[in-house]
Write a protein that binds this ligand. Structure first.
Ligand code: TRP
Length: 367
């Protein structure tokens, strides 16, 4: 997950968002009704950049939701987007450890390698080959006005816009289209990329396939978890160190939450505008406990920040106890975890090769 685009002055972004939100509710009930009868119809792909460990924000907003969809019978693909790591930084960091850590968290959270294909970009060369015809279908102006790319460029300090940062949304279109995914569980910041993917699918069909439907247009499935703040009251981000990681111990979790910013009012109330840091802690606890933040506030009552933090620490540590013990158990057999990735890579390659063969045939390149 990356940045949230600030409100777009011409209102386009929020209109798209509202429409996507409404459609997500419809999709969710369609999945409820028929996913297990027709898993391919709802095939989903989503992914993460392996830039560091996953934190509770990822868990609450996306990981839990992926497992829920998988368990409803949706055929699932998860891409570990290693080529996206170098879109906005010079060094890849410890990719091996980061990728391994992601696979551990996926498995610990309940993604089942029998039903879910976990793979890395770099293991699937056909993705890069699909990117070339896809690039022919977009203009440089379209790429340059992508609000998420603009935000990422702004956040990367004085770095110039690299060719990869400009074009990675097209590579991401290849992620979605190679496996003919129909559903994309993502955050609001990814909507511009999805719109571009939908244009590419449409244009491919019209321009290169004489109107046949080689690619269907995938749809966003937005979650209902609000934007969570880090312990310093700003947006939760791996890079800022203001997060509780899934792999942290119970003690580390307590330390991080105890250091979180709050205020000195004794009475704890849920007031996202007036008391954003307190409201955020209440939201986190509520999500782990399956309760509303208001009801958590009532339970803490006049206990002040200290009691609030105790509640939050317990909610997180109890909520993650199963995940953390499964993670530790899985980590005892690194080879088995790596094998999951190798199998996922093999499966993704097979599917991508088939799609590439279709694309070549349709474009008259099957010699
Ligand atoms: N760009 C996404 C992120 O930063 C990760 C990602 C890569 C992705 N490919 C994807 C998400 C395809 C959804 C679909 O979070």
């Amino acid at each position: 997950m990356t940045t949230i685009s600030p409100a777009n002055p011409n209102g386009d972004e929020s209109t798209t968002y509202a429409a996507a939100l409404e459609r997500s509710t419809v999709l969710d009930s369609l999945i409820d009704d028929s996913a297990s009868a027709d898993p391919q119809r709802f095939r989903m792909l989503t992914g993460d950049r392996p830039t560091g460990p996953l934190h509770i924000g990822h868990y609450l907003a996306s990981l839990r939701n992926r497992v829920r969809l998988q368990n409803k019978g949706v055929e699932t693909f998860v891409v570990i987007a290693d080529y996206q790591v170098v879109t906005d930084r010079d060094s890849v960091g410890d990719l091996g450890e980061n990728v391994y850590g992601l696979v551990l968290d996926y498995l610990a959270a309940g993604l089942d390698p029998e039903r879910t294909t976990i793979f890395t970009h770099s293991a699937v060369p056909a993705l890069n080959q699909l990117m070339l015809p896809f690039l022919s279908l977009v203009t440089d102006a379209e790429l340059r006005r992508n609000p998420t790319v603009k935000d990422e460029l702004a956040l990367s300090g004085s770095r110039p816009l690299s060719g990869l940062l400009l074009t990675y949304p097209v590579h991401q279109a290849a992620d979605l289209l190679f496996c003919h995914s129909r559903i994309v569980p993502v955050g609001r910041d990814q909507l511009p990329h999805l719109e571009l993917t939908r244009s590419i699918a449409r244009r491919f069909n019209t321009r290169y396939a004489a109107g046949q439907s080689v690619f269907a247009e995938p749809e966003a499935l937005l979650g209902d978890v609000p934007l969570l703040l880090g312990t310093d009251g700003t947006k939760m981000a791996k890079s800022k160190g203001n997060v509780v990681n899934l792999r942290d111990s119970a003690d580390e979790t307590a330390r991080r939450i105890r250091a979180a910013r709050t205020d000195s009012e004794r009475r704890i109330t849920f007031d996202p505008v007036g008391r954003p840091e307190v409201a955020n802690l209440l939201t986190v606890a509520g999500l782990f406990l399956g309760e509303s933040p208001e009801s958590v506030a009532e339970q803490v009552g006049n206990g002040g920040a200290a009691a609030l933090k105790t509640t939050v620490v317990e909610a997180i540590n109890e909520g993650l106890a199963g995940h953390r013990s499964r993670r530790a158990e899985l980590a005892r057999d690194r080879a088995a975890v790596t094998a999951v990735l190798h199998e996922g890579n093999a499966r993704a390659n097979e599917v991508a090769q088939r799609t590439l063969a279709t694309v070549r045939a349709v474009m008259g390149m099957a010699y």
